[in-house]
Design a protein around this ligand. Structure first.
Ligand SMILES: [Zn+2]
Length: 124
């Protein structure tokens, strides 16, 4: 994971597996799997949607404990970070916009007066 400059300006920082920390790292969605025997239900969880409903410091393990399967009603699930969405799939645009914002923030930070001379060469 790349941490880089803080592009959101939000504080405080949370644990490594906190939902807000994942968002700052550019993760836009998670995958939740029901762990009840015989149930194979799973679904995507959008990080932005979770942040509207839960405390930003909520960790994945806490989220997993709160989940209830929509199919069998079992409590608890397995939650994992999903791979970035591919072009043309649900959530791709949101993920791409986040990546572009991160790249722009990195360039602004790298070319700032603070870093201008650390790079050892003049930069635009
Ligand atoms: Zn289930």
């Amino acid at each position: 994971m790349w941490w880089g400059p803080d592009i959101s300006g939000l504080t405080p920082l949370y644990a490594d597996t906190a939902i807000e920390t994942l968002r700052r790292c550019g993760i836009t969605r998670l995958r939740a799997f029901c762990v009840a025997p015989g149930c194979t239900h799973w679904e995507w969880l959008r990080v932005e949607e979770l942040l509207r409903r839960l405390h930003p410091g909520t960790m994945l393990v806490q989220l997993a404990r709160r989940c209830v399967c929509r199919i069998c009603g079992a409590h608890g699930c397995h939650v994992e970070i999903a791979d970035p969405p591919r072009a043309g799939t649900d959530g791709y645009r949101e993920w791409l916009e986040t990546e572009v914002r991160k790249a722009e923030a990195l360039l602004a930070w790298a070319y700032s007066d603070e870093n201008r001379f650390r790079l050892g060469r003049p930069v635009p």
